[in-house]
Design a protein around this ligand. Structure first.
Ligand code: B12
Length: 438
Protein backbone atom coordinates (compact mmCIF):
# COMPACT_ATOMS: atom_id res chain seq x y z
CA UNK A 1 0.00 0.00 0.00
CA UNK A 2 2.64 2.49 1.17
CA UNK A 3 4.98 2.08 -1.79
CA UNK A 4 2.82 3.49 -4.52
CA UNK A 5 4.10 6.52 -6.41
CA UNK A 6 1.39 9.16 -6.03
CA UNK A 7 1.09 12.55 -7.73
CA UNK A 8 -1.61 15.12 -6.92
CA UNK A 9 -2.13 18.06 -9.26
CA UNK A 10 -4.40 21.06 -9.52
CA UNK A 11 -6.02 21.84 -12.87
CA UNK A 12 -3.51 23.13 -15.42
CA UNK A 13 -3.02 26.85 -15.86
CA UNK A 14 -4.93 27.87 -18.96
CA UNK A 15 -5.54 31.51 -19.80
CA UNK A 16 -5.44 33.99 -16.95
CA UNK A 17 -4.80 32.75 -13.39
CA UNK A 18 -7.76 33.30 -11.02
CA UNK A 19 -7.22 36.56 -9.14
CA UNK A 20 -9.56 37.82 -6.43
CA UNK A 21 -8.92 41.52 -7.23
CA UNK A 22 -8.62 41.42 -11.02
CA UNK A 23 -11.63 39.13 -11.39
CA UNK A 24 -13.85 41.77 -9.78
CA UNK A 25 -12.46 44.95 -11.34
CA UNK A 26 -13.39 46.66 -14.61
CA UNK A 27 -11.49 45.00 -17.44
CA UNK A 28 -9.28 47.92 -18.49
CA UNK A 29 -8.29 49.16 -15.04
CA UNK A 30 -4.68 50.46 -15.05
CA UNK A 31 -3.52 50.54 -11.43
CA UNK A 32 -5.08 47.68 -9.47
CA UNK A 33 -4.39 45.26 -6.65
CA UNK A 34 -3.67 41.77 -7.86
CA UNK A 35 -3.23 38.35 -6.26
CA UNK A 36 -3.11 35.62 -8.87
CA UNK A 37 -3.22 32.25 -7.09
CA UNK A 38 0.33 31.18 -6.40
CA UNK A 39 0.11 28.27 -3.99
CA UNK A 40 -2.63 25.74 -3.40
CA UNK A 41 -3.44 25.57 0.33
CA UNK A 42 -5.26 22.24 -0.01
CA UNK A 43 -2.35 20.46 -1.68
CA UNK A 44 0.12 22.07 0.74
CA UNK A 45 -1.88 20.75 3.71
CA UNK A 46 -1.82 17.31 2.11
CA UNK A 47 1.93 17.39 1.42
CA UNK A 48 2.64 18.65 4.95
CA UNK A 49 0.63 15.89 6.58
CA UNK A 50 1.02 13.05 4.05
CA UNK A 51 4.53 13.71 2.69
CA UNK A 52 4.59 10.52 0.60
CA UNK A 53 2.36 12.31 -1.92
CA UNK A 54 4.04 14.56 -4.51
CA UNK A 55 2.21 17.72 -5.57
CA UNK A 56 2.04 19.95 -8.66
CA UNK A 57 0.44 23.40 -8.32
CA UNK A 58 -1.05 25.09 -11.38
CA UNK A 59 1.27 23.42 -13.92
CA UNK A 60 1.29 24.55 -17.54
CA UNK A 61 -0.19 21.86 -19.79
CA UNK A 62 3.25 21.02 -21.19
CA UNK A 63 4.68 20.59 -17.69
CA UNK A 64 1.86 18.26 -16.66
CA UNK A 65 2.28 16.25 -19.89
CA UNK A 66 5.94 15.76 -19.06
CA UNK A 67 5.58 14.95 -15.35
CA UNK A 68 2.70 12.51 -15.79
CA UNK A 69 4.94 10.26 -17.90
CA UNK A 70 7.24 9.59 -14.92
CA UNK A 71 5.74 6.25 -13.87
CA UNK A 72 3.06 7.17 -11.30
CA UNK A 73 0.76 4.52 -9.82
CA UNK A 74 -1.86 7.07 -8.77
CA UNK A 75 -2.75 10.51 -10.14
CA UNK A 76 -5.03 12.67 -7.98
CA UNK A 77 -6.77 15.84 -9.11
CA UNK A 78 -7.76 18.84 -7.01
CA UNK A 79 -10.35 21.04 -8.67
CA UNK A 80 -13.35 23.32 -8.38
CA UNK A 81 -16.48 22.68 -10.44
CA UNK A 82 -15.45 25.34 -12.96
CA UNK A 83 -12.18 23.48 -13.58
CA UNK A 84 -13.88 20.17 -14.43
CA UNK A 85 -13.33 20.31 -18.22
CA UNK A 86 -9.60 20.77 -17.80
CA UNK A 87 -9.32 17.98 -15.25
CA UNK A 88 -11.26 15.55 -17.47
CA UNK A 89 -8.69 16.28 -20.19
CA UNK A 90 -5.83 15.69 -17.71
CA UNK A 91 -7.41 12.43 -16.50
CA UNK A 92 -7.56 11.11 -20.05
CA UNK A 93 -3.93 12.06 -20.50
CA UNK A 94 -2.95 10.27 -17.30
CA UNK A 95 -4.73 7.07 -18.37
CA UNK A 96 -2.91 7.17 -21.71
CA UNK A 97 0.38 7.62 -19.84
CA UNK A 98 -0.32 4.32 -18.06
CA UNK A 99 -1.34 5.63 -14.60
CA UNK A 100 -3.42 2.83 -13.14
CA UNK A 101 -5.51 4.71 -10.55
CA UNK A 102 -7.14 8.14 -10.73
CA UNK A 103 -8.43 9.93 -7.62
CA UNK A 104 -10.51 13.09 -7.31
CA UNK A 105 -10.69 15.57 -4.43
CA UNK A 106 -11.78 19.12 -3.52
CA UNK A 107 -15.19 20.62 -4.36
CA UNK A 108 -15.13 19.69 -8.05
CA UNK A 109 -15.02 16.01 -7.11
CA UNK A 110 -18.52 16.19 -5.62
CA UNK A 111 -20.20 15.72 -8.96
CA UNK A 112 -22.03 12.49 -9.78
CA UNK A 113 -21.89 13.34 -13.52
CA UNK A 114 -18.12 12.75 -13.65
CA UNK A 115 -17.64 10.24 -10.84
CA UNK A 116 -17.19 7.28 -13.22
CA UNK A 117 -13.97 8.82 -14.62
CA UNK A 118 -12.22 8.26 -11.26
CA UNK A 119 -11.38 5.15 -9.28
CA UNK A 120 -11.82 6.99 -5.97
CA UNK A 121 -13.59 10.18 -4.99
CA UNK A 122 -12.74 11.85 -1.66
CA UNK A 123 -15.21 14.13 0.11
CA UNK A 124 -14.10 17.02 2.29
CA UNK A 125 -10.81 17.63 4.11
CA UNK A 126 -8.79 14.56 3.33
CA UNK A 127 -5.45 14.34 5.19
CA UNK A 128 -6.68 11.70 7.65
CA UNK A 129 -8.40 9.61 4.99
CA UNK A 130 -5.29 9.74 2.81
CA UNK A 131 -2.98 8.67 5.65
CA UNK A 132 -5.24 5.64 6.25
CA UNK A 133 -5.31 4.94 2.51
CA UNK A 134 -1.50 4.71 2.72
CA UNK A 135 -1.72 2.29 5.58
CA UNK A 136 -1.07 4.39 8.69
CA UNK A 137 -2.97 6.23 11.40
CA UNK A 138 -3.12 10.03 10.95
CA UNK A 139 -1.36 12.24 13.53
CA UNK A 140 -2.52 15.68 14.73
CA UNK A 141 -3.10 18.03 11.82
CA UNK A 142 -0.11 20.27 11.00
CA UNK A 143 -0.75 23.71 9.47
CA UNK A 144 1.89 24.27 6.75
CA UNK A 145 3.47 27.68 6.11
CA UNK A 146 1.44 29.36 3.33
CA UNK A 147 2.93 32.59 2.02
CA UNK A 148 1.53 34.51 -0.96
CA UNK A 149 1.85 38.10 -2.12
CA UNK A 150 -0.61 40.76 -3.08
CA UNK A 151 0.71 42.91 -5.91
CA UNK A 152 0.02 46.43 -7.02
CA UNK A 153 0.00 46.61 -10.80
CA UNK A 154 1.75 47.92 -12.80
CA UNK A 155 4.44 48.07 -10.09
CA UNK A 156 4.82 44.36 -9.47
CA UNK A 157 3.38 41.21 -7.96
CA UNK A 158 5.09 41.24 -4.58
CA UNK A 159 4.02 44.43 -2.86
CA UNK A 160 2.51 42.88 0.28
CA UNK A 161 3.71 39.61 1.82
CA UNK A 162 0.75 37.71 3.23
CA UNK A 163 0.49 34.59 5.36
CA UNK A 164 -2.66 32.49 4.94
CA UNK A 165 -4.10 31.09 8.15
CA UNK A 166 -6.83 28.53 8.80
CA UNK A 167 -8.09 28.25 12.39
CA UNK A 168 -11.22 26.15 11.80
CA UNK A 169 -12.72 24.12 8.97
CA UNK A 170 -16.22 23.40 7.80
CA UNK A 171 -19.46 25.26 8.40
CA UNK A 172 -22.55 24.13 10.31
CA UNK A 173 -24.88 26.63 8.56
CA UNK A 174 -27.21 25.23 5.96
CA UNK A 175 -27.26 27.85 3.19
CA UNK A 176 -28.95 25.97 0.31
CA UNK A 177 -26.61 27.35 -2.38
CA UNK A 178 -23.34 26.66 -0.58
CA UNK A 179 -21.24 23.63 -1.46
CA UNK A 180 -19.80 23.46 2.05
CA UNK A 181 -23.19 21.99 3.11
CA UNK A 182 -22.15 18.73 1.43
CA UNK A 183 -18.37 19.11 1.63
CA UNK A 184 -17.73 19.77 5.33
CA UNK A 185 -20.93 20.30 7.32
CA UNK A 186 -19.26 20.23 10.76
CA UNK A 187 -17.11 22.95 12.27
CA UNK A 188 -13.76 21.55 13.41
CA UNK A 189 -11.03 23.63 15.06
CA UNK A 190 -7.42 23.25 14.01
CA UNK A 191 -5.03 22.44 16.87
CA UNK A 192 -4.04 25.78 18.40
CA UNK A 193 -0.33 24.88 18.69
CA UNK A 194 -0.30 24.20 14.96
CA UNK A 195 -1.91 27.58 14.25
CA UNK A 196 0.70 29.19 16.49
CA UNK A 197 3.57 27.46 14.69
CA UNK A 198 2.39 28.92 11.37
CA UNK A 199 2.06 32.40 12.94
CA UNK A 200 5.53 32.12 14.42
CA UNK A 201 6.89 31.26 10.98
CA UNK A 202 5.10 34.25 9.44
CA UNK A 203 6.48 36.62 12.04
CA UNK A 204 10.03 35.38 11.41
CA UNK A 205 9.68 35.45 7.62
CA UNK A 206 8.62 39.02 6.97
CA UNK A 207 4.87 38.49 6.62
CA UNK A 208 3.08 41.85 6.73
CA UNK A 209 -0.54 40.74 6.79
CA UNK A 210 -2.25 37.53 7.95
CA UNK A 211 -5.24 36.48 5.84
CA UNK A 212 -7.51 34.21 7.87
CA UNK A 213 -9.44 32.12 5.33
CA UNK A 214 -11.85 30.23 7.61
CA UNK A 215 -15.23 29.98 5.90
CA UNK A 216 -16.84 32.24 8.56
CA UNK A 217 -14.36 33.43 11.18
CA UNK A 218 -15.70 33.50 14.75
CA UNK A 219 -18.61 31.12 14.22
CA UNK A 220 -19.79 29.35 17.37
CA UNK A 221 -20.02 31.30 20.63
CA UNK A 222 -16.73 31.87 22.41
CA UNK A 223 -14.72 29.70 20.09
CA UNK A 224 -12.41 32.31 18.59
CA UNK A 225 -11.10 33.99 21.76
CA UNK A 226 -7.98 31.81 22.02
CA UNK A 227 -7.10 32.40 18.36
CA UNK A 228 -7.76 36.15 18.66
CA UNK A 229 -5.47 36.62 21.63
CA UNK A 230 -2.82 34.55 19.86
CA UNK A 231 -3.08 36.83 16.81
CA UNK A 232 -2.87 39.85 19.12
CA UNK A 233 0.23 38.51 20.85
CA UNK A 234 2.14 38.28 17.54
CA UNK A 235 1.39 41.93 16.67
CA UNK A 236 0.70 41.14 13.01
CA UNK A 237 -2.23 42.88 11.29
CA UNK A 238 -4.91 40.38 10.29
CA UNK A 239 -7.89 40.15 7.94
CA UNK A 240 -10.85 37.76 8.03
CA UNK A 241 -13.80 36.43 6.06
CA UNK A 242 -16.97 36.50 8.16
CA UNK A 243 -20.64 37.39 8.52
CA UNK A 244 -21.97 40.78 9.65
CA UNK A 245 -23.68 39.61 12.86
CA UNK A 246 -20.60 37.66 13.97
CA UNK A 247 -18.31 40.64 13.36
CA UNK A 248 -20.58 43.00 15.29
CA UNK A 249 -20.66 40.59 18.24
CA UNK A 250 -16.88 40.50 18.66
CA UNK A 251 -15.57 43.56 16.81
CA UNK A 252 -14.14 45.41 19.84
CA UNK A 253 -12.09 42.41 20.90
CA UNK A 254 -10.87 41.69 17.36
CA UNK A 255 -9.97 45.31 16.69
CA UNK A 256 -8.04 45.55 19.95
CA UNK A 257 -6.04 42.51 18.85
CA UNK A 258 -5.03 43.82 15.43
CA UNK A 259 -7.92 43.23 13.00
CA UNK A 260 -7.41 45.54 9.98
CA UNK A 261 -9.94 44.29 7.46
CA UNK A 262 -12.77 41.88 6.72
CA UNK A 263 -14.76 40.37 3.86
CA UNK A 264 -18.43 40.42 4.79
CA UNK A 265 -20.88 38.03 3.09
CA UNK A 266 -23.90 39.94 1.77
CA UNK A 267 -25.91 37.11 0.22
CA UNK A 268 -28.81 37.99 2.47
CA UNK A 269 -29.36 41.39 0.89
CA UNK A 270 -31.39 39.73 -1.86
CA UNK A 271 -31.72 36.00 -1.31
CA UNK A 272 -34.39 34.15 0.65
CA UNK A 273 -37.83 35.26 1.68
CA UNK A 274 -37.91 39.07 1.95
CA UNK A 275 -40.57 38.96 4.66
CA UNK A 276 -38.51 36.66 6.89
CA UNK A 277 -37.75 38.81 9.99
CA UNK A 278 -34.48 36.96 10.66
CA UNK A 279 -33.32 37.94 7.19
CA UNK A 280 -34.04 41.63 7.83
CA UNK A 281 -31.83 41.48 10.94
CA UNK A 282 -29.02 39.82 8.99
CA UNK A 283 -29.21 42.43 6.21
CA UNK A 284 -29.06 45.19 8.77
CA UNK A 285 -26.08 43.64 10.53
CA UNK A 286 -24.18 43.08 7.26
CA UNK A 287 -24.52 46.77 6.42
CA UNK A 288 -23.74 47.80 10.01
CA UNK A 289 -20.61 45.61 9.90
CA UNK A 290 -19.30 47.43 6.81
CA UNK A 291 -20.01 50.78 8.49
CA UNK A 292 -18.28 49.66 11.69
CA UNK A 293 -15.18 48.64 9.76
CA UNK A 294 -15.12 51.98 7.94
CA UNK A 295 -15.64 53.97 11.12
CA UNK A 296 -12.56 52.33 12.66
CA UNK A 297 -10.42 52.83 9.56
CA UNK A 298 -10.46 49.08 8.75
CA UNK A 299 -10.65 47.78 5.18
CA UNK A 300 -14.21 46.75 4.29
CA UNK A 301 -14.82 44.23 1.52
CA UNK A 302 -18.31 43.04 0.67
CA UNK A 303 -19.14 39.77 -1.08
CA UNK A 304 -22.49 40.13 -2.81
CA UNK A 305 -24.20 37.39 -4.77
CA UNK A 306 -27.24 38.04 -6.95
CA UNK A 307 -29.44 35.93 -9.21
CA UNK A 308 -31.67 34.41 -6.54
CA UNK A 309 -35.03 33.20 -7.85
CA UNK A 310 -36.93 36.35 -6.89
CA UNK A 311 -34.25 38.79 -8.14
CA UNK A 312 -35.04 41.14 -11.00
CA UNK A 313 -32.86 43.75 -12.67
CA UNK A 314 -34.56 46.38 -10.49
CA UNK A 315 -34.05 44.59 -7.17
CA UNK A 316 -30.36 44.01 -7.94
CA UNK A 317 -29.89 47.66 -8.90
CA UNK A 318 -31.63 48.64 -5.66
CA UNK A 319 -29.29 46.37 -3.67
CA UNK A 320 -26.31 47.98 -5.44
CA UNK A 321 -27.65 51.39 -4.43
CA UNK A 322 -28.06 50.37 -0.79
CA UNK A 323 -24.59 48.81 -0.71
CA UNK A 324 -23.01 51.82 -2.37
CA UNK A 325 -24.54 53.92 0.44
CA UNK A 326 -22.34 52.21 3.05
CA UNK A 327 -19.16 52.73 0.99
CA UNK A 328 -17.44 49.36 0.96
CA UNK A 329 -13.80 49.63 -0.13
CA UNK A 330 -14.18 46.81 -2.64
CA UNK A 331 -16.93 44.39 -3.64
CA UNK A 332 -16.66 40.76 -4.70
CA UNK A 333 -19.59 40.20 -7.03
CA UNK A 334 -21.02 36.81 -7.93
CA UNK A 335 -23.94 35.36 -9.82
CA UNK A 336 -25.73 32.59 -7.93
CA UNK A 337 -24.45 29.29 -9.34
CA UNK A 338 -25.84 25.89 -8.40
CA UNK A 339 -23.20 23.34 -7.38
CA UNK A 340 -23.86 19.59 -7.71
CA UNK A 341 -25.20 17.85 -4.59
CA UNK A 342 -26.57 21.00 -2.96
CA UNK A 343 -30.25 21.77 -2.21
CA UNK A 344 -30.08 24.64 -4.76
CA UNK A 345 -28.88 22.24 -7.46
CA UNK A 346 -31.90 19.93 -6.96
CA UNK A 347 -34.30 22.87 -6.86
CA UNK A 348 -32.94 24.42 -10.06
CA UNK A 349 -32.90 21.07 -11.88
CA UNK A 350 -36.47 20.29 -10.87
CA UNK A 351 -38.02 23.71 -11.52
CA UNK A 352 -35.97 25.59 -14.11
CA UNK A 353 -33.24 23.53 -15.74
CA UNK A 354 -29.64 24.39 -16.57
CA UNK A 355 -28.82 26.35 -19.73
CA UNK A 356 -25.35 24.97 -20.35
CA UNK A 357 -23.44 21.71 -19.96
CA UNK A 358 -20.13 23.66 -19.96
CA UNK A 359 -18.61 23.31 -16.48
CA UNK A 360 -16.19 26.19 -17.06
CA UNK A 361 -19.16 28.55 -16.75
CA UNK A 362 -19.94 27.34 -13.20
CA UNK A 363 -17.55 29.91 -11.77
CA UNK A 364 -19.91 32.40 -10.13
CA UNK A 365 -19.48 34.81 -13.03
CA UNK A 366 -22.11 33.37 -15.43
CA UNK A 367 -25.83 32.68 -15.21
CA UNK A 368 -26.10 28.96 -15.97
CA UNK A 369 -29.80 28.24 -15.38
CA UNK A 370 -33.18 29.36 -16.70
CA UNK A 371 -33.80 32.25 -14.35
CA UNK A 372 -37.44 33.40 -14.18
CA UNK A 373 -36.57 37.13 -14.46
CA UNK A 374 -32.98 37.52 -15.64
CA UNK A 375 -31.28 36.59 -18.91
CA UNK A 376 -27.61 35.60 -19.04
CA UNK A 377 -26.88 38.92 -20.82
CA UNK A 378 -28.63 41.03 -18.18
CA UNK A 379 -26.78 39.20 -15.41
CA UNK A 380 -23.50 39.91 -17.20
CA UNK A 381 -24.38 43.58 -17.60
CA UNK A 382 -25.24 43.85 -13.92
CA UNK A 383 -21.90 42.30 -13.02
CA UNK A 384 -20.02 44.76 -15.25
CA UNK A 385 -22.04 47.66 -13.89
CA UNK A 386 -21.19 46.57 -10.33
CA UNK A 387 -17.46 46.34 -11.09
CA UNK A 388 -17.52 49.92 -12.39
CA UNK A 389 -19.65 51.21 -9.54
CA UNK A 390 -17.69 49.69 -6.66
CA UNK A 391 -14.24 48.75 -7.92
CA UNK A 392 -12.90 51.43 -10.23
CA UNK A 393 -9.59 53.19 -9.78
CA UNK A 394 -10.16 54.92 -6.42
CA UNK A 395 -10.30 51.71 -4.42
CA UNK A 396 -6.52 51.21 -4.67
CA UNK A 397 -5.72 54.59 -3.11
CA UNK A 398 -8.47 54.09 -0.50
CA UNK A 399 -7.19 50.68 0.63
CA UNK A 400 -3.54 51.70 0.73
CA UNK A 401 -4.42 54.86 2.60
CA UNK A 402 -6.44 52.86 5.12
CA UNK A 403 -3.67 50.35 5.72
CA UNK A 404 -1.13 53.17 6.21
CA UNK A 405 -3.39 55.17 8.55
CA UNK A 406 -4.24 52.06 10.49
CA UNK A 407 -0.56 51.31 11.03
CA UNK A 408 0.23 54.89 11.96
CA UNK A 409 -2.46 55.18 14.61
CA UNK A 410 -2.04 51.71 16.03
CA UNK A 411 1.68 50.94 15.70
CA UNK A 412 3.37 54.32 15.36
CA UNK A 413 5.64 56.03 12.86
CA UNK A 414 8.65 53.71 13.15
CA UNK A 415 6.57 50.56 12.47
CA UNK A 416 4.82 52.24 9.55
CA UNK A 417 8.14 53.18 7.97
CA UNK A 418 9.38 49.61 8.49
CA UNK A 419 6.26 48.32 6.79
CA UNK A 420 6.74 50.65 3.80
CA UNK A 421 10.43 49.71 3.54
CA UNK A 422 9.47 46.01 3.59
CA UNK A 423 7.01 46.56 0.73
CA UNK A 424 9.69 48.33 -1.26
CA UNK A 425 12.13 45.49 -0.57
CA UNK A 426 9.50 42.92 -1.60
CA UNK A 427 8.81 44.82 -4.80
CA UNK A 428 12.47 45.06 -5.73
CA UNK A 429 13.83 41.76 -4.41
CA UNK A 430 10.84 39.65 -3.34
CA UNK A 431 10.97 35.91 -3.87
CA UNK A 432 8.49 33.77 -5.75
CA UNK A 433 6.27 31.67 -3.47
CA UNK A 434 8.25 28.49 -2.98
CA UNK A 435 7.40 25.13 -1.46
CA UNK A 436 8.10 25.34 2.22
CA UNK A 437 7.03 22.83 4.87
CA UNK A 438 7.70 22.15 8.54
C1 B12 B 1 -9.94 30.88 0.08
C2 B12 B 1 -10.90 30.59 -1.04
C3 B12 B 1 -10.63 31.14 -2.27
C4 B12 B 1 -9.41 32.01 -2.55
C5 B12 B 1 -8.19 31.14 -2.78
C6 B12 B 1 -7.00 31.66 -2.02
C7 B12 B 1 -5.80 30.89 -2.34
N1 B12 B 1 -4.73 31.55 -2.45
O1 B12 B 1 -5.83 29.69 -2.53
C8 B12 B 1 -9.83 32.76 -3.82
C9 B12 B 1 -10.43 34.07 -3.42
C10 B12 B 1 -8.76 33.03 -4.85
C11 B12 B 1 -10.93 31.86 -4.35
C12 B12 B 1 -11.34 31.91 -5.65
C13 B12 B 1 -12.37 31.14 -6.16
N2 B12 B 1 -13.22 30.37 -5.48
CO1 B12 B 1 -12.96 29.98 -3.61
N3 B12 B 1 -12.92 29.59 -1.79
C14 B12 B 1 -12.05 29.78 -0.83
C15 B12 B 1 -12.48 29.12 0.49
C16 B12 B 1 -13.05 30.19 1.44
C17 B12 B 1 -11.37 28.33 1.19
C18 B12 B 1 -10.60 27.37 0.27
C19 B12 B 1 -9.40 26.91 0.97
O2 B12 B 1 -8.38 27.56 0.96
N4 B12 B 1 -9.51 25.80 1.72
C20 B12 B 1 -8.47 25.29 2.61
C21 B12 B 1 -7.74 24.08 2.04
C22 B12 B 1 -6.79 23.57 3.07
O3 B12 B 1 -8.70 23.08 1.78
P1 B12 B 1 -9.04 22.53 0.33
O4 B12 B 1 -8.46 23.36 -0.73
O5 B12 B 1 -10.49 22.25 0.27
O6 B12 B 1 -8.25 21.11 0.31
C23 B12 B 1 -8.67 20.00 1.11
C24 B12 B 1 -9.71 19.09 0.44
O7 B12 B 1 -10.40 19.72 -0.61
C25 B12 B 1 -8.94 17.89 0.00
N5 B12 B 1 -8.33 17.92 -1.33
C26 B12 B 1 -7.95 18.98 -2.06
N6 B12 B 1 -7.43 18.58 -3.22
C27 B12 B 1 -7.45 17.25 -3.24
C28 B12 B 1 -7.03 16.36 -4.23
C29 B12 B 1 -7.19 14.99 -4.00
C30 B12 B 1 -6.78 14.02 -5.06
C31 B12 B 1 -7.75 14.53 -2.77
C32 B12 B 1 -7.91 13.09 -2.55
C33 B12 B 1 -8.16 15.43 -1.80
C34 B12 B 1 -8.02 16.79 -2.04
O8 B12 B 1 -7.90 17.80 0.97
C35 B12 B 1 -7.44 19.13 1.25
C36 B12 B 1 -6.85 19.17 2.65
O9 B12 B 1 -7.80 18.77 3.60
C37 B12 B 1 -13.57 28.14 -0.01
C38 B12 B 1 -14.65 27.80 0.97
C39 B12 B 1 -14.15 26.73 1.92
N7 B12 B 1 -14.21 26.99 3.17
O10 B12 B 1 -13.65 25.70 1.51
C40 B12 B 1 -14.09 28.82 -1.28
C41 B12 B 1 -14.60 27.95 -2.46
C42 B12 B 1 -13.71 26.72 -2.48
N8 B12 B 1 -14.40 28.77 -3.66
C43 B12 B 1 -15.29 28.56 -4.53
C44 B12 B 1 -15.32 29.17 -5.80
C45 B12 B 1 -16.54 28.90 -6.66
C46 B12 B 1 -14.28 29.98 -6.23
C47 B12 B 1 -14.16 30.65 -7.61
C48 B12 B 1 -14.43 29.71 -8.79
C49 B12 B 1 -15.01 31.86 -7.78
C50 B12 B 1 -15.67 32.30 -6.59
N9 B12 B 1 -16.96 32.20 -6.63
O11 B12 B 1 -15.01 32.71 -5.66
C51 B12 B 1 -12.72 31.21 -7.61
C52 B12 B 1 -11.81 30.40 -8.52
C53 B12 B 1 -10.59 29.84 -7.87
C54 B12 B 1 -9.75 28.93 -8.70
N10 B12 B 1 -10.14 28.45 -9.84
O12 B12 B 1 -8.66 28.63 -8.27
C55 B12 B 1 -16.33 27.57 -4.07
C56 B12 B 1 -16.15 26.21 -4.76
C57 B12 B 1 -17.46 25.63 -5.22
C58 B12 B 1 -17.24 24.61 -6.27
N11 B12 B 1 -18.22 23.77 -6.37
O13 B12 B 1 -16.30 24.55 -7.00
C59 B12 B 1 -16.11 27.58 -2.50
C60 B12 B 1 -16.48 26.26 -1.82
C61 B12 B 1 -16.95 28.74 -1.92
C62 B12 B 1 -18.43 28.41 -1.87
N12 B12 B 1 -18.95 28.21 -0.69
O14 B12 B 1 -19.09 28.36 -2.87
N13 B12 B 1 -11.41 31.07 -3.41
Amino acid sequence: MGDRKILFSTACRTGRTPDLWRDNAPRDLGVAMTSPRQIHPGLRFIKQNVPEIEILEYPARAEFAEVIQQGWDVAGFSFYTSETNEVLRMAEYARKAGVSELWAGNYGALNPAIASVFDKVFTGYSEAQLARELGREPGDLIHPPLIESVGLSPFGQRFLRCGLLYTARGCPLRCPWCHVVTFAPRLVKLPIDSVERALHFYKRNGVQLVLVYDEIFGLGPGRSHDVVSLLGSYGLPWWIVTRGDVLLRDFEEWYANGLVGANIGLEEIEGGNPSDPKKAVRVESALAALETLNRHGCCSLGAYMFGFEEDTEETVMEAFRVLDGVHPDFMLLYILTPAPMTPLWDHVQNRFGLTTPDWSRFDGKHLVWNHPHLTAETAQELLDYGYELFNSQEYVARLNHKIARNLLTRQGVAETLNFAAASLRNTLHGEEARPEFF
